[in-house]
Design a protein around this ligand. Structure first.
Ligand SMILES: NC(=O)c1ccc[n+]([C@@H]2O[C@H](COP(=O)([O-])OP(=O)(O)OC[C@H]3O[C@@H](n4cnc5c(N)ncnc54)[C@H](O)[C@@H]3O)[C@@H](O)[C@H]2O)c1
Length: 335
């Protein structure tokens, strides 16, 4: 049985990954979270016995060391972080503490002979990008804000531990990901919530700024393939979707899909300014996935359905049970 630790495993991407990994009975998944933004409702079904939850702060060495000693994980996904534009801008010192988390995880992975560590970095490392699309090897890093700088330095920590101690690593640079469990701190969830309640859909000026959005099932399928098929060892990979949409058009699309009467209102740009374009080069990711990505309209429809059907019950991570979605990936493994 493979012992897999996921930090931030009660959050949006971490819990979706946990749900997919526990669907494979060959895994035992240890979920660590301090519940800053994560929720216990996101944890896997209690009927499944191949997982455990530890309430711990990864930035505190002693706490996370206990978890490594107790479970001796073989693989580690370090996804815990302070996230969200407003939260990270309002709490820069808290964001900087995540550098400790990356150091703690890297050190413990070396001393406990972990077979590979996977780190959740971000497209924010490209900052206001020098080129479009952003490529892993050639687009310069332009990290200025604390969140982006922490992601950059954490990448450096994992690469350096890889070089110095032979710790195999993979760095995921996630671009905007969306799905049923994402909080309304993020744009798609926020617009859907506004459209469902009839509140104005608020778009930061100018509205022509574009973003790309990757549906959670594509993100998780890419991660699973990289893990099970032992791909991208000691590499950095963009995980995203390269279809661009202007923010105003996104608001209109969501309004139409939901059939909402909400008004679309342009609000001032953020004081740090709006990045006008962000789009990943996904050549590496598509060479692994080898299938079309989920269309934005379908993803929005799935989230709306999951939210309206959940009626206060925990929200499922995926449109279908994970074993149905990812069965072929589980079979292809050569761990
Ligand atoms: N969602 C995206 O579009 C996106 C884009 C780029 C990068 N990322 C990165 O992916 C990872 C997951 O993001 P998400 O969208 O699922 O966010 P999330 O807020 O849903 O998940 C983060 C989780 O980490 C936990 N956490 C935070 N600090 C912790 C600590 N010190 N110790 C233990 N747990 C802690 C939170 O409680 C939460 O459950 C993060 O590292 C984030 O920076 C996400």
């Amino acid at each position: 049985m493979a012992r897999i630790l996921i930090t931030g495993g009660a959050g949006f991407i971490g819990s979706s990954l946990a749900e997919a990994l526990v669907a494979d009975q060959g895994n035992f998944v240890i979920i660590v979270d301090n519940l800053l933004t994560g929720k216990t409702e996101n944890l896997p079904s209690p009927e499944l016995k191949n997982w455990a939850f530890e309430h711990a702060n990864v930035n505190d060495y002693k706490s996370i060391e206990q978890v490594f000693k107790k479970y001796e994980p073989e693989y580690v996904f370090h996804f815990a972080a302070v996230v969200g534009v407003e939260r990270t801008l309002n709490n820069p010192l808290l964001v900087l503490e995540d550098i400790e988390g990356a150091k703690n995880i890297a050190k413990l992975c070396v001393s406990h002979r972990v077979k590979r560590v996977f780190y959740a970095s971000s497209s924010e490392v490209y900052g206001d990008p020098f080129e479009v699309p952003q490529r892993e090897e050639t687009t310069p890093i332009n990290a200025r804000l604390p969140y982006a700088a922490v992601k950059n330095i954490s990448e450096v920590i994992f690469r350096t531990y890889g070089q110095e101690f032979g710790l195999p690593y993979t760095i995921f640079r996630f671009f905007n990901t969306y799905g049923p469990r994402q909080s309304s701190d993020f744009v798609i969830s926020k617009f859907i919530q506004q459209a469902l309640t009839g509140d104005p859909i608020t778009v930061h000026s100018p509205g022509s700024q574009t973003r790309t959005f990757c549906f959670i099932s594509d993100t998780i399928e890419a991660i699973l393939k990289i893990y099970y098929q032992n791909l991208m060892v000691n590499e950095t990979i963009n995980i995203g979707n390269d279809e661009e949409i202007p923010m105003l058009k996104l608001a209109e699309t969501i309004k139409t899909i939901i059939g909402s009467n909400s008004k679309i209102v342009i609000i001032p740009p953020r004081k740090e300014g709006e990045i006008l374009r962000r789009k990943p080069d996904i050549t590496k990711m598509m060479s692994i996935l080898k299938k079309p990505l989920v269309k934005l309209e379908k993803g929005i429809t799935e989230i709306t359905r999951a939210w309206t059907e959940s009626k206060g019950r925990p929200i499922p991570a995926f449109p279908k049970p994970p074993h149905e979605l990812f069965y072929s990936v589980y079979l292809s493994g050569n761990k």
